[in-house]
Design a protein around this ligand. Sequence first.
Ligand code: NDP
Ligand SMILES: Nc1nc2c(c(=O)[nH]1)N=C([C@H](O)[C@@H](O)CO)CN2
Length: 245
Amino acid sequence: MQNEIIVITGAAQRVGLALALDLQQAGYQVVASYRSVRPGLEQLQAAGVITLQCDLTDLPSLANFISQLQSLGPLRALIHNASDWRKDPPAQHQSLLQQLEAEAASFDYLQQVHARAPYLLNRALLPQLQQSEQADIIQLSDFVASVGSAKHIAYAASKAALENLTLSFARQFAPGIKVNTIAPALLMFNAGDGEDYKQQALQKSLLQTEPGAQEVVKAVNYILSSRYLTGRVLALDGGRHLNLP
Ligand SMILES: NC(=O)C1=CN([C@@H]2O[C@H](COP(=O)(O)OP(=O)(O)OC[C@H]3O[C@@H](n4cnc5c(N)ncnc54)[C@H](OP(=O)(O)O)[C@@H]3O)[C@@H](O)[C@H]2O)C=CC1
Ligand SMILES: Nc1nc2c(c(=O)[nH]1)N=C([C@H](O)[C@@H](O)CO)CN2
């Protein structure tokens, strides 16, 4: 694995940061994309991770990111981690048109981050993934892609689109490239989450725990090491699917 290149999107904080640091430490050369400058950037750079700025919804920015990656040679893996967990807009706009515009903008934006950018990156970087003896595409989805959501309907739909990409790309890119998705339920709370919210969220799964980023790190390492897993969505959800009334 020495110096094999792994690209991770949205890696300046939280899960992406933990993944980038773990894989760099394991001997890969990690290339991390970031949108905003976060404290994690310094940690990445100190560890030797190559950091590239990109807004994945902006096509000129994405094109610039892809051309920087194209100069790097063979890719061992591409990990689609970048994500925006925004709620559906409230019904508060003055006119019907304004309401539709707000909802359409949010819907389109989420499709761009979670489905369009992975679709474009997978296709553009295919020749470099094919140059690796063994290559992986790993996508980060969400438990709600399979059951829907009350307040994050557009987010859940965009993650469902991402999960569907797993199927087409796994078929198209086999046998050289494995394509898998990880679908976590709660991993990490956000700063500002209150105690009541946390208790409610914890009780949604059978295991009732906040597992943290390392759970994804372990799942990614498992997928990278497997020679027989492709086209699958790996559930990482504490048994949330069985927590029925
Ligand atoms: N955290 C959790 O409990 C759960 C997470 N997941 C999934 O796991 C993955 C990691 O989660 P988490 O660490 O919480 O993710 P975050 O919400 O912390 O987002 C990761 C990064 O994505 C970046 N990003 C968002 N929009 C864009 C964009 N348009 N262009 C480029 N980068 C962008 C953000 O950049 P910026 O810093 O600029 O905001 C952010 O740093 C995600 O795919 C998430 O959906 C699934 C279920 C539960
Ligand atoms: N991109 C993100 N996706 C998700 C987040 C997040 O912070 N960023 N958080 C969650 C929640 O943890 C949820 O699973 C329970 O509150 C879901 N997706």
